[in-house]
Design a protein around this ligand. Structure first.
Ligand SMILES: Nc1ncnc2c1ncn2[C@@H]1O[C@H](COP(=O)(O)OP(=O)(O)OP(=O)(O)O)[C@@H](O)[C@H]1O
Length: 279
């Protein structure tokens, strides 16, 4: 049984055109699904339907086999972590109180909350001293880490992430992405992550969904999308950039190892890149 299922789901806002157009989708437990597509194609709308922030006009969405209309909204939202770009930490609460906020709503004892906050802050790669700070005393990247820790606090089965690393610089983004891959490996949560960044989608996704005008153009692994595109749209969307991104990790890693071992000088690197058609 799939953990999340969309059956003929549709959504329109005011205008007549459908923002989500008869989507059928099955997501298994433990997947890290990245959702990619042009601006306005319906990515945010799609994930907000999973935690009932947006209600579909037609079709059925099931979580753990149960129609979301039959789920109690509060219970459902507590079993789903939610991370957004403008993270929305409570400014008047410390990092510890922010992380443990949902647990305090669930009347979890103070001691347990404290321990859980300690465990989570280290899981997202921050020192324990940060627990007593206020959000204004953190960098953008650190705030995003706290946001991820907060989303994990109640041990949800599903985590929705909407452009979670969109507002941080490239170095912080890369390390947040690496951290997320580790967390996903360790906790085996089911994650749906919206991004507009092709490289991020390819790097993180165990599967990638490419949306276009409210329809799924293709869902599959990065190899499937790059080397077996289901349509011209998919081929043009990924194009050489996708191919290059898929080469980058392996090829660049090899080149960098060789530099460190003094096996290569810069001239040789440029020759190598030229040879691979990357320069
Ligand atoms: N509350 C709303 N009322 C009316 N139209 C809306 C509303 N929310 C979204 N839309 C429209 O629905 C379409 C899909 O929006 P959505 O935010 O799901 O797209 P997206 O793929 O996440 O876009 P982006 O990548 O730009 O964030 C857009 O055309 C948007 O303008």
């Amino acid at each position: 049984m799939s953990l999340i299922e969309f059956i003929d789901v549709e959504k329109s806002y005011k205008s007549s055109s459908k923002v989500i157009d008869k989507i059928n989708l099955e997501i298994d437990e433990g997947e890290l699904i990245t959702i990619l597509g042009p601006s306005g194609c319906g990515k945010t709308t799609l994930i907000k339907m999973v935690n009932k922030l947006i209600i579909p006009d037609a079709g059925v969405i099931k979580i753990k086999g149960k129609d979301i209309n039959q789920w109690d909204t509060i219970e459902l939202r507590r079993s789903i972590g939610y991370v957004i770009q403008q993270i929305g930490l409570f400014p008047h609460l410390t990092v510890e109180e922010n992380i443990a906020y949902v647990l305090s709503l669930l009347k979890v004892s103070k001691n347990v909350r404290k321990n859980r906050a300690k465990e989570l802050i280290s899981l997202v790669g921050l020192e324990e001293d940060y627990l007593s700070r206020y959000p204004r005393e953190l960098s953008g990247g650190q705030r995003q880490r706290v946001g991820v820790a907060r989303a994990l606090a109640a041990d949800p089965d599903i985590i929705l992430m909407d452009e979670p690393f969109g507002a941080v610089d490239e170095i912080a983004r890369t390390s947040l992405q690496d951290e997320l891959i580790e967390i996903h490996k360790r906790l085996n949560k089911t994650i749906l992550l919206v991004t507009h960044d092709i490289e991020e989608a390819l790097k993180l996704g165990s599967k990638i969904i490419l949306l276009n005008q409210g329809k799924i153009e293709q869902i599959g692994t990065r190899e499937e999308l790059i080397f077996n595109p289901a349509s011209n749209f998919v081929r043009e969307f990924f194009g050489l950039k996708g191919f290059k991104a898929s080469l980058d990790e392996a090829a660049m890693g090899q080149i960098y190892d060789n530099i460190l071992k003094n096996k290569m000088d810069m001239d040789k690197i440029y020759m190598e890149l030229e040879h691979m058609g990357m320069k």
